[in-house]
Design a protein around this ligand. Structure first.
Ligand code: MN
Length: 204
């Protein structure tokens, strides 16, 4: 099939105590797997899309056949969003970015603390399920945006380089209704090297 579930780049318990092992296992092995399976099933009737990257499919979501567009939007978005999410987290992570990325964050947000506050504001302001993102906008500048459900910034012509999943399945076992506590803890697992690589690649 066209798309496969990527393995977690670290053990499921590697992000403890900030994100617990059971949440990681259910989130990756069941939720992400379901997005991949449902995407592949939808694309069975659209062979021309099977050889495209998921990013290209999402950028062109409006040209996906109407009978599968919503399924591809939800599950293709889910696949791309979670693939990014696992990659930009890691053990022994956290801290702050450096180099070009740090400079761009300072330039767009006025400082690292202001940037984190904006990501948190969007994470808490997303009613129901969705994501809070740092993206490279169409103008090449960094922006903080949020999306509902599994919508992807690629659908809006943006390139996501960091994102926090604020669906309840991402935090409810450990944090219950306390989304703010989850967001605060999440900064401890951000792999800034991975974010910087996405930034360097996305700028081109
Ligand atoms: Mn999720």
């Amino acid at each position: 099939m066209a798309f496969t579930l990527p393995p977690l780049p670290y053990p499921a318990d590697a992000l403890e105590p900030h994100i617990d092992k059971m949440t990681m296992e259910i989130h990756h092995d069941r939720h992400h797997k379901a997005y991949v399976d449902n995407l592949n099933k939808a694309l069975e009737s659209a062979s021309d899309l099977q050889n495209k990257s998921i990013e290209d499919i999402l950028r062109g979501i409006k040209s996906v056949p109407a009978n599968i567009q919503t399924v591809v939007r939800n599950n293709g978005g889910g696949h791309a969003n979670h693939t990014l999410f696992w990659e930009i987290m890691g053990p022994k992570a956290g801290g702050a970015p450096s180099g070009d990325l740090a400079q761009a964050i300072n330039s767009s947000f006025g400082g690292f603390d202001q940037f984190k506050a904006k990501i948190k504001e969007n994470a808490l302001g997303q009613f129901g399920s969705g994501w809070s993102w740092l993206v490279i906008g169409g103008d090449g500048k960094l922006q903080a945006v949020k999306t509902a459900n599994q919508d992807s910034p690629y659908m809006d012509g943006q390139t996501p380089i960091l994102g926090i999943d604020v669906w309840e399945h991402a935090y409810y076992l450990k944090y219950q209704n306390k989304r703010p506590d989850y967001v605060d803890a999440w900064w401890n697992v951000v792999n800034w090297n991975a974010v910087a690589q996405r930034f360097a690649k996305g700028k081109k």
